[in-house]
Design a protein around this ligand. Structure first.
Ligand SMILES: Nc1ncnc2c1ncn2[C@@H]1O[C@H](COP(=O)(O)OP(=O)(O)OP(=O)(O)O)[C@@H](O)[C@H]1O
Ligand SMILES: [Mg+2]
Length: 445
């Protein structure tokens, strides 16, 4: 993409309504625009990151054997009357009446709808295990939408639902989700720690939240610092292997890590004092096992091998896709702007032409741009007729992890500059070497 033809309305001034750094930076980088309280347009740069995050979620879910689909945003109220949640959900549910006076709602989550789909089409244990998921907009009429996309009213969420014949298999589905989430967040450059949590309106006792440590997080968390040393890496996982998944879950749930709702001071105090940590955290996901809560209420049953009919065991598993943009920025920025992890960056590299109109510089930039594209790498090419300082400032603000700087002086010696946004370190090298280096860096992402 050439910046001269792009739409990236960056702001010089810090918007006064934004209280936290991720919200300020998303507005300043021209990623989002608020349309109403907690409701945002995703401008091109923000939309690119949203799509990258979404793609990682899809890839990791499909690796775990979970099946993508898409349910609508609007749901009939009758389904929610069956589970009893139409009344229980309260003011957070946006209720709508259509022209025929039928009650609808903008879905805050999809347990009822997926259970309805299941009961209509599945009747035998032979069709299990089954895990279906979608990534769709949700609406919760939050009393205090704030912090930009972190607590929106309309937000984008991955929600998956497992259907299993018994508790043992449903626990395996729970473990599969925990394992796939660990890898999902790591690919986004995040440390998201699974913590024992409380269940809220979804119901159920077995639940973990995934929290990113950040001062601006809304949850209070207590943990053993030993959990910070764990790394998932790119180990191969056989998601059908129950024992293998369980052992990964054991590894991550062994160190104490709980939110304030489930915090147990006696257990916490048993940890060596230097490892006892209290902090704030941003909830970027949650997994639940809730057994037969919805299947019993809504008649979702299967016939087992011995011919009896039993309600299916279910769980639901969410990732806050749009919230993740805010969480990643909270975890990765400096005073100049955002620092995208390679896994989610909107463009792989920024290309800065120090002297637009200089024939050597222009030709070198075009060559690098094309060479990157050939390697499957995207560049945001700042081809505007602007001062170098202004170009560097916008690149730093939008936070592409790598920048190639091209100027007539370097080109006389056959070199361009490759700069890391994270460390600020620059290295001179021939243009082809810079392209090779980037291809190497991104090969491992
Ligand atoms: N208002 C919101 N804006 C953006 N993301 C949200 C919002 N509410 C929930 N999410 C994201 O969706 C994920 C799954 O939804 P879940 O039902 O667990 O939310 P929740 O526990 O009610 O969230 P919270 O406690 O933050 O209100 C959450 O882990 C979070 O990342
Ligand atoms: Mg939650």
């Amino acid at each position: 993409m050439r910046l001269s033809r792009y739409f990236m309305p960056t702001l010089k001034e810090t918007p006064s309504e934004a209280q936290i750094v991720s919200h300020r930076l998303m507005l300043r980088a021209g990623m989002i625009r608020q349309q109403a309280a907690g409701i945002y347009s995703w401008l091109p740069l923000g939309y690119r990151v949203l799509r990258r995050i979404e793609a990682i979620v899809h890839e990791e879910q499909e690796k775990a054997g979970h099946i993508p689909m898409l349910m609508p945003t609007l749901q009939p109220a009758d389904l929610w009357r069956e589970s009893g949640r139409y009344d229980d959900y309260g003011e957070e549910m946006l209720r709508i009446t259509d022209r025929h006076k039928r009650d609808l709602l903008y879905g805050p989550t999809n347990e009822e709808m997926i259970t309805d789909i299941f009961r209509t089409h599945v009747g035998s244990y032979k069709d299990l295990p089954l895990t279906l998921y979608h990534i769709q907009w949700k609406f919760r009429d939050e009393i205090r939408p704030r912090f930009g996309v972190m607590r929106g009213r309309e937000f984008y969420m991955k929600d998956g639902y497992n259907f299993d014949v018994d508790q043992e298999n449903a626990f395996h589905a729970y473990n599969r989700h925990m394992v796939s989430y660990l890898r999902t967040y790591e690919r986004m450059g995040l440390k998201a720690l699974p913590m024992r949590a409380a269940s809220g309106p979804i119901g159920g006792d077995n639940t973990h939240e995934f929290l990113v440590l950040a001062d601006t997080g809304e949850s209070e968390v207590f943990y053993d610092s030993a959990i910070l040393d764990l790394k998932f890496g790119d180990r191969a996982v056989d998601f059908d292997d129950k024992a293998a998944c369980q052992s990964i879950v054991n590894e991550w749930t062994a160190p104490y890590a709980r939110t304030d709702e489930t915090h147990d001071p006696a257990l916490f105090d048993a940890i060596p004092e230097e490892r006892r940590k209290t902090s704030r955290g941003i909830e970027v996901g949650q997994i639940f096992y809730f057994g037969t809560k919805y299947s019993e209420a809504m008649g979702a049953t299967v016939v087992t091998a011995d011919g009896t009919r039993v309600p299916v065991h279910m769980g639901s598993h969410g990732i806050g896709v749009s919230r993740l943009l805010g969480a990643i920025i909270e975890a990765s920025h400096d005073d100049k702007g955002i620092i995208w992890p390679e896994g989610v960056t909107p463009y792989h590299a920024g290309l800065v032409n120090l002297k637009q109109g200089d024939s050597a510089a222009d030709a070198a930039c075009e060559g690098i741009y094309a060479a990157l594209a050939k390697r499957g790498l995207t560049a945001l090419y700042d081809d505007r007729d602007e001062r170098a300082g202004a170009k560097f400032a916008s690149m730093d603000l939008i936070g592409l992890p790598w920048r190639i700087t091209v100027g007539p002086r370097g080109l006389k010696n056959g070199v361009v500059e490759l700069t890391s946004r994270r460390t600020g370190e620059s290295e001179e090298m021939p243009p082809e070497a810079a392209v090779d280096r980037l291809a190497q860096i991104y090969a491992g992402v």
